[in-house]
Ligand binder design. Structure first.
Ligand code: SAH
Length: 223
C-alpha cells in the first residue's frame, strides 16, 4: 500500500461529480460556510484512501487508514471546520494529522496550518503522500498534541481531531485571545463537540455542539 502514496492518482470527471454530490449532502446536513464547501469540492478525498475504498470516498463515511486510525466522516470534517470560523491567513493548529485530509481542507482555505501526529508510522506515511506537497502552508510535526507547539504559539484557531479525555490546559494557553478551539471531549464511545472561545480579556466561553465519535487522544508519542 505504502508505495501508492508517492504516486500521482487520477481525479477524473466521475470523482469531481461525486464531490459535487457530497457538497450538496453537506449543505442538506446544515453546512453553510461556502469556504468550507468549496474546499471539500476541491480536495480529492479519494487520494487519502486505499484504492479499494476509492469508490466510497464521497459517501459520508469514515474509513480505516494506516496504524489502526480513521479518516473522519466528511460531515465531521466540514462541521468542525465550520465551527472554527476560518479566515484566510489564520494560523491554525491541528492535533491528529492522520491521513492529512482535514489538514489539506484547511490549507485549501488559505490558512497556515501546523499539525501534530503522535504515531510515527502515520507521520512517515504522509511524508510520502504526493498530494500534500501541493500545500506549502502545511507544517507537520511528530509529537504529542497535549503539549501543543509552544514555540509557534499563539494560534488563531486550534482543532482537535481525536477524542480528548479532558481539555488540555496547554492548548488553551496557546490559543490567542479572540481565538477559537474546537475539541471533542469524552472517554467512552462518543464525545461531546465543544467549542471554546477565548475573549480578548482571556475569559473562556464553552459551548456544547453535538455528539460525535472519534478515536482517542492518547498521551505521549508512539514509535
Ligand atoms: N484529521 C485526521 C483524523 C485522524 S484520526 C484526518 O483527517 O484523517 C485522529 C488522529 O489523532 C490519529 O491519527 C491519532 O494517531 C492522532 N492522535 C491521537 N492522540 C494524539 C496526540 N496526543 N497527539 C497527536 N495526535 C494524536
Amino acid at each position: 500500500m505504502e508505495y501508492l502514496q508517492g504516486r500521482q492518482r487520477d481525479d477524473n470527471f466521475l470523482h469531481k461529480g461525486l464531490r459535487k454530490q457530497l457538497v450538496q449532502l453537506l449543505r442538506e446536513k446544515g453546512i453553510t460556510d461556502e469556504r468550507v464547501l468549496s474546499a471539500v469540492d476541491t480536495v480529492p478525498r479519494h487520494f487519502f484512501l486505499e484504492p479499494a475504498f476509492e469508490r466510497y470516498a464521497y459517501e459520508n463515511r469514515a474509513f480505516p487508514i494506516t496504524a489502526n486510525q480513521t479518516i473522519s466522516h466528511p460531515y465531521t470534517v466540514a462541521y468542525q471546520t465550520q465551527l472554527l470560523e476560518i479566515d484566510k491567513y489564520d494560523k491554525v493548529l491541528e492535533i491528529g494529522t492522520g491521513s492529512s485530509y482535514q489538514a489539506c481542507v484547511l490549507a485549501e482555505m488559505g490558512v497556515t496550518l501546523y499539525t501534530i501526529e503522535r504515531q510515527k508510522a502515520l507521520y512517515d506515511y504522509v511524508d510520502k503522500f504526493f498530494y500534500i506537497k501541493k500545500y506549502l502552508n502545511i507544517k507537520r510535526f511528530y509529537g504529542d498534541g497535549f503539549e501543543g507547539l509552544p514555540t509557534f504559539a499563539p494560534f488563531d484557531k486550534i482543532l482537535i481531531t481525536c477524542g480528548a479525555p479532558f481539555i488540555p490546559p496547554k492548548l488553551v494557553q496557546q490559543l490567542r485571545p479572540g481565538g477559537i478551539m474546537v475539541i471533542p471531549v469524552g472517554e467512552g464511545e462518543s464525545q461531546k463537540m465543544i467549542r471554546i472561545t477565548k475573549g480578548k480579556d482571556g475569559t473562556i466561553r464553552q459551548e456544547e455542539l453535538g455528539v460525535f465519535t472519534f478515536v482517542p487522544m492518547l498521551q505521549g508519542r508512539n514509535k
